[in-house]
Unconditional design. Sequence first.
Length: 68
Amino acid sequence: MDIFIKIFLEQISKTFSYFMNPKEFIDNIYKALNDMVENTEYRINEEIFMESCKKYINEKDIKELKKD
């Protein structure tokens, strides 16, 4: 599973490399996943994950992604 996650994140980070350095993207994904795992509120994981992504990725960049 570790190998799969490593390869998956490396490949998906290439998709978003036009607006963020791949290493920075992967680091931010791990931060958001960690926030999600550590969450103790009664909220769905997707909500926590996306909220955390907004903290780590510039809001302007997220709006640009939604256009594509």
